[in-house]
Write a protein that binds this ligand. Sequence first.
Ligand code: ZN
Length: 287
Amino acid sequence: MLYTGKSILDIANAHDFAIPAFNISDWAMFTGIMDICEEKAAPVIIAIHPDEVRHITTDLIPAMHARAHRSSVPVAIHWDHGASFEEAITAIQAGFTSVMIDKSMLPFDENVAITRKVVEAAHAVGVPVEGELGTIGANDSYGESGAAEIVYTDPADAVRFVAETGVDSLAVAIGTSHGLYPADRRPELKLDLLRELKTAVGIPLVLHGGSSNSDEEIGKAVKLGINKINISSDIKVAYHDRMREVLGTDSRLREPNVIQPPSIESLKTVAAQKIELFDAAGKAALY
Ligand SMILES: [Zn+2]
C-alpha cells in the first residue's frame, strides 16, 4: 500500500522502531529494495534526492505508485533534501507522498519562513513535510547537504521550529555526517541530546548520515526516538563494488539483466542488515 510520510512514521513513533529511507537512483535498485522489504515484512520509505530525480526523472513515479499499491508492505515515496519551495511543488505534483525541505544552512528565522511556506502548501493537499534543524556534517562532496562542522540541534530551538513551521518530522544533527567517514575518524552520537530532543518535540525524528556510526549507537538511537534513518552511501557502495567485480570478470558482458542481478543481491544484503538494526522487520503487520 502507498502511505504518506506521516501515516507511515506515526506508527513507527508509537512502536519505537525506525523506518529505513533508502535512496534509490534507478529502477533496478528500487525493485531490489521493494523485494527485500517484502521479504522482511518491513515498511519502507523510498527516498529520492533532487540529483537522483534529475537522473531518473519524475516520469518513473507513477510506476513506483503501481508497485507500491500491489505491495504487501507500506511504502512512502519521499523527496529527499528539497532545496526550494519550487522543488516541493514539483514533488507534490509528481506524486511524492512526503517531502523534505532542507534550509538548515540558513539562519533560524529564514529556515522557519521557507519551511512554513512549504508546510502550508503541502498540507493543503495532504502531503507531510520533513524539516531540518542544526547542521549535519558532510564527509565528501557527493549530493547531499552538510558542512565540515556539525552544528548540534538545540532542544529549545527545536520546540520553536516545530511549533512555528508545523513540520511532521524533523531531521536533527546529533553527531552524524553525510557520506562515508575517512578510516582514521569515527563519529559519535550524542544520545543524551537525542533523548532531550525527543522529550521536547515528540514528533518522529530523522537521522541522516549514519553510514559510519556503530550498529550499537544506531540501535540505541532507534530506541530513543529516531523513527526514520536515511541510507544512501551504504547500499550504493555495496551495489557498485559488486558491479565492478562482475564487470571485471568478462569484458564481453553487456546485458544489464546479467550484470545487475548480483549487484542487486549485494544491495539487498546490506538493506536487510539495516532493516534488522532499525527493528523494522515484521513491522508491516502493525499497519
Ligand atoms: Zn540527508
